[in-house]
Structure formats: C-alpha cells, structure tokens
Design a protein around this ligand. Structure first.
Ligand code: SF4
Length: 408
C-alpha cells in the first residue's frame, strides 16, 4: 500500500491551538535531559565563535556518551534560564538556535499521511489548565503556515504510518480505531468509569482480532454494543467484568507488576501523599490496608467533585489517545498505562485535596495531573526502575492492590 507523508496539513485539537506559554519557567527547572541535536549544536557553536565567546559555551552545554545536552545547575535550573523566567538562548541567538525539545515542548508531534498531528504534555501547568475546557475536544485541519497557529517546525519528526503495517496487524486501521476510541470517551451519557471500561472492552476485542487479516467492517464491529454495557455499576461488578473481558491482561504478570510498582513508588516516595493519607514513608505493613485507607479517602473525594473534574478526565484521555499511545504500545500496555495514570492522578489528587480541603477539586486534579505527567511522561528509565522496585518490594502479591487502585 502506498503511503505519502502529508506535512502541509496540520491536525490540531482546539486545546493545543489555545496553548500559550505563561513563562512560569517550570519546565526549565526540572532535572530533565534536554538533548541538542548535532545540526543545532554546530549552529550554536558557530554563533559563539562569531561573537568571540566560544569559551562561554561550556557554561551552557555539555557532552556525554549520548551526545550534546543543555547544562542544569545544582538547583536543577537550565543554564539558559534568565531571572525573569525567559529563555536566554532564544533572547540571545533567536528561535532558530533552539533544540527541537525546547522548540516543541509541551507539544508532542507526529507526522503521518493525515498530516502533522499535535497533542500536549501536561507536565506544563499552562497546558494542563486547558483541560478545563467545557466543550468536547474538537480537531481542526490547518494549512502549514497558518497565521493563527504559532508552530516552529522541529528538525526531526516522529512518524506513524498505519497504512504500512502488514495485513495481519489491525492497527493498519488505526485512524478508524482512534476516532472510535475518542468517540467513546466523549460519550457524556456515560460516567467516566464506564467510558474507560468501554475502552477496555473494545481493546480486548481488538486484541483478539490482531494477528488475523480482517476487513475494516470486522474491526469496526469491535465498537458495537458498547451501549449495552453496564452503566454506573458498582466497583466489584466492574472488576469482575473487567477480569472476564480482559483475562489476558489480568494474567499478564509483567503489566500487573508494572502497575503496582508505580503505585508503590508513589506510596513510598511522595511524602505529601503518604502523610496526607496517614501512610508514612517506607512504612511496613500489609498493602491491602493502604488500599483501604486510600479507598475511604477516595469516596470522600468523590463526594466533593463531579462534573468539572469529569470533563478534565475526558479531555486528558482524549489527549492520551491522540498522542498515539494505542498505536505505539500493544493494547494491553496502553490500557494498563491508562488505568495506571488514572490511579496515580487520583491518588495524588486525593492527597492534595486532603491537604487543601478548600481548593476547587478540578484545580486539585489539574495540579495532580501536572505532577504525575512530569513523573511518568518524560522518563522511560524511571518506569524501568519502578519495575525493579516492585519485584523487590511487593513480591508475589501486587495483583489485588494494583487492581483495587487502578480501577477504583
Ligand atoms: S512549563 Fe509551560 S508555561 Fe511554564 S515556561 Fe514551560 S512551557 Fe511555558
């Protein structure tokens, strides 16, 4: 099947269109690695040479075995950050000397035959605030160079090319699948729990079809009868249905471990969370007890929140899907990560709300999203560490905890 990239068209969700950097400097004060590609480095070096200050470059940039990267000081602050939270590199040299990471953040960009597609990282507070939009996310098609959309093209683009996948891989219908999943998420007659549950069910069906050559009609049938699913059923029923419809996941130890490991890390590492929920850092004791404490607090949290927080969840997961998470990972992993993010964000939000009872729940949720996204979205090594931790700390019984927390 032929497949041509379409880099002249931009596909932009409205929240991405509305994004404006507020110059809080937060992204420049995290100890993230910011790589500088070779082409950019050479341009920057040339600029320093032309201005006779080449020796100053080592104050800003350093190299290691992976290549060039921006220096951060002992306070985790980018070497280019100015006192008034502006980017010194952009001020001195101009936009064209920025690394791709700095140019794009907090946007994520993929190129395909549909066009260049945008989504966001919510580790940026200004991006996360956009999740409060009340109307369902809508997508615009813009021409490259549209004056209303400020976009600095990166030097390197990531591609996804569903049309090129082998006929036995149903992700070659990814465009259709993606829009079906987004439609489910925006089905406001259902609770958020039910929408997520429906997505789990659909992915279970899609996984069963994978590895067989199917026409698109069969794939689209994976989305049928979703309306007959239970609406607002109780937790236990959800859990047992989830177990039945997603048996392969429930039996997959690796994912369950991964899931529980994240949660354990939060329990063990986040002092705020631990204190707020009465769980001391490094506390010994049976994990189900922790789950119970959490469950109680969660009930209380639910009594505070609803409509506004629900639209934040909806928008957050629309972004998750549009970020190609279901394309990049296998069905099980993408679902698990989704449930895990929900559990972690909820967990953190419940703790924050306990500490700030007067704060609006949706604002607390936004705060939690910023923290969890910063923790998870930018470091695959972190994920690996967590997996090792769970094996050392939780041994063989993470299943109940993981399920309790992930699907609470
Ligand atoms: S965290 Fe977001 S709003 Fe703050 S400086 Fe970075 S991009 Fe701008």
């Amino acid at each position: 099947m032929s497949c041509k990239l379409n880099v002249k068209q931009l596909i932009v969700p409205n929240y991405v269109k509305n994004f404006q950097c507020k110059q809080c400097g937060r992204c420049c004060r995290r100890s993230w690695r910011i790589d500088i590609d070779k082409a950019t480095y050479l341009r920057v070096e040339q600029w320093y040479k032309e201005h006779n200050i080449l020796e100053k470059l080592t104050e800003k940039v350093e190299a290691d075995e992976k290549g060039w990267k921006i220096k951060f000081d002992a306070q985790n602050q980018c070497a280019y950050l100015t006192e008034d939270n502006r980017c010194g590199s952009q001020l001195e040299m101009g936009e064209d000397y920025l690394s791709d990471t700095c140019k794009i953040y907090p946007r994520k960009i993929y190129a395909s035959s549909r066009g260049i597609e945008f989504s966001l990282y919510f580790s940026c507070p200004a991006a996360a605030e956009l999740l409060l939009q009340a109307a369902p996310v809508a997508f615009s098609q813009l021409d490259y160079g549209d004056a209303n959309f400020d976009f600095m093209p990166p030097r390197c683009l990531s591609y996804y090319l569903p049309e090129k996948l082998p006929s036995s891989n149903i992700k070659r219908y990814y465009y259709m699948i993606e829009s079906g999943l987004i439609q489910i998420l925006q089905e406001r007659r259902l609770t958020i729990k039910d929408r997520l549950f429906a997505i789990c069910q659909v992915c279970g069906r899609l996984e069963a079809l994978d590895g067989t050559s199917q026409p698109p009609e069969v794939v689209s049938r994976a989305f049928s009868s979703i309306s007959s699913m239970p609406i607002d059923t109780d937790y236990e029923l959800h859990l047992s249905l989830l177990r039945q419809s997603f048996a392969p996941i429930m039996n997959a130890k690796r994912e369950v471990r991964e899931c529980a490991s994240f949660l354990f890390k939060i329990l063990a590492m986040q002092d705020t969370t631990g204190l707020a929920l009465g769980i001391m850092k490094g506390a010994e004791g049976p994990m189900p007890l922790h789950a119970e404490v959490y469950r109680k607090q969660l009930e209380w949290y639910y009594s505070l929140t609803q409509e506004n927080a629900n639209r934040v969840w909806e928008n957050y997961f629309v972004n998750y899907i549009f970020s190609k998470e279901f394309y990049i990972a296998d069905w099980k992993t993408a679902i698990f990560k989704m449930m895990l993010l929900r559990a972690l964000i909820q967990f953190y939000a419940v703790a924050l709300q306990t500490l700030q009872p007067k704060a609006a729940p949706e604002q607390v949720l936004i705060q939690a999203i910023v923290e969890v996204d910063a923790l998870i979205s930018h470091s695959s090594l972190y994920v690996q560490d967590l997996c090792e931790d769970i094996q050392n700390n939780l041994g063989s019984r993470p299943l109940e905890l993981a399920l309790n927390l992930a699907y609470a």
